[in-house]
Unconditional design. Sequence first.
Lengths: 71, 578
Amino acid sequence: MTLDFTLHDWRVMERVVGLIGRLGCAYTRLDVRAAHDRYHASLDLVGAPDALRRLNAQLTRLCNDDKEMSR
Amino acid sequence: MFLESGFTVFESGQSTGARLVLDLLADEGVETIFGYPGGAIMPLYDALLEHPLQHVLTRHEAAAAFAAGGYARSTGRVGVCVATSGPGATNLITGLLDAQMDSIPLVAITGQVRTSVMGTDAFQEADITSIAGPVTKRSVCVRDAASLERTLRAAFRLARGPRPGPVLVDIPTDILKAAVAALGPRPHSPHAAPARPDDAALDAALALLHGARKPVAIAGGGVRSAGATALYRELCARFALPHVATINALGCATPGDPNFLGMLGMHGWKAANLAVAEADVLLAFGMRFDDRVTGRPDRFARNARIVHADIDAAEIGKIVATEVALAGDLRETLALLLQRSEATRGTRAFGGWAAEARAYGSALPVDRAPAGALSATAVCDALFAMLPPDAIVATDVGQHQMWAAQRQRASDPRHFLTSAGLGTMGFGLPAAIGAQFAHPGRTVVAIAGDGGFQMSLSELATLRRYELPVKIVLIDNRRLGMVRQWQDLFYDKRYSATDLSDNPDFVALAAAFGVRAECVAEPAQMGAALARLLAAREPMLLHCACYPAENCWPLIPPGASAHEALGPEALEREAAVA
Ligand SMILES: Cc1ncc(C[n+]2csc(CCOP(=O)(O)OP(=O)(O)O)c2C)c(N)n1
């Protein structure tokens, strides 16, 4: 699965990486690029379908909180 | 004299970082904060001397976090705790996770070493923002004074919602000392509006309900967080729906509502668990299908089609397959369901099924106490029968927590405070302290086991200092009871490290702190002792010397289904065979 998302605070990547490990998934590619005041991240992930689904949902939550915190 | 505070003298329109923090807290509606000072946070404590904000000194930072949690749980407002860098900050971690698990709004403010030495292993330096990351919604370090105000405002906004939770703001000591612009007006920037469930999903939920034979509603902590208790009660009443509550939602049911079947889960009421097991439609509001509620998810409510309403879309479908997802604010969701059921379909009452579900059983099984021995369940029964209706009860964690949860009669979900998701021993007394500060005139009771009480007993000093009339009911079974029970049932009675028969003399201990205390060991004297406790105008501890072997029933063993709940007969049978 490939996940693309935008962060305001790059330190949230630490949480994302933690979550990936917690859910028993792994990334095979991680790419983060700065553009103005944002960070565009793209990850290739492997893991059980259920775990990837949960990861995706929790990532959305993290991104929402990140957006809110940066307002 | 050398003044370590060394604040810049500032002109009008200017402030210091520390003063700004305090002004902002007050502006956000905070009246009381709980904390413990130390080097890096000293500028804030210095500024407190001239500030109207009330600061409560606990005797451990963990207690400050739990007290802020108790304050927040009992009010719905943001609780605030403060600690210094390094060990002060790390001592908050359990309280932050506790708040995270139960979606409690908390802001933690920690001092940090000055920015110029961060990253050098300076004295009392801890990378607290990384440490706290997984136990908060967000944890951030303020690296420049200019962003202090914006960061703190954002922290409050995020802590409040839409799904509440803890946020940590770490502030280096030089930023607390720096000259900054005085606090600006509170910006009008409410949290981005939460999603609203779409009409098709609302109608699908109502269609499921109308077609159901055995529907059951479940309230979770989200009903409390959303302030949706009245609407939830209205929905249950309109359909005569049998309904149950997770431990975080106790108090959501109208007191005396016959269709309320009790607490759901491992130690839940038989009728509650069986009704959910038999249900063909579940309406789950603001709950997250914790494993203490579901047991094995593949065996949970096997016949049910599930409607799941939650503010946090990430919870929907996380554990159980959901047929209808209602992502959005629960108040709005419930109001819309009520509106649409009226406008489009009328209501169908399920009173017959509710009566059938009630008949699954309402008595709580208890062990037979040895002659003359005081039983913990009898203490709980008597206590809840005597409490005023608006009393706030905070529990610790263990058997007494479950006995209390089974027996409480809260008329509001903010009246029963318990560490549910994390199950944190040591939570009860400090949480009661937080609640008593928020509700000075109310009866606040902490129920604790002898194990958990000893994790926060230094807070007796806090009770004394502030003359807080918290009542402590100490259920002393001279064991780590809940673990002992599991050893009894699932570890072949091999009791490892659960014996506390060398407990201290709790009455003498309380006396050493200047807290009035009494001991009761005779069942016949228990009622009068409880009456004296509840009548006390000062802090008081009632040491209940209970017999050690009492178990908490019912118990659904891990991995079993609701139909396999154990009661006292399980052990009696075993004893007879032996
Ligand atoms: C901080 C913490 N450590 C350990 C546990 C594991 N634990 C759960 S219940 C329990 C026993 C609690 O004993 P006590 O406080 O005496 O209460 P009782 O069960 O006897 O009512 C323990 C050790 C926990 N929940 N929290």
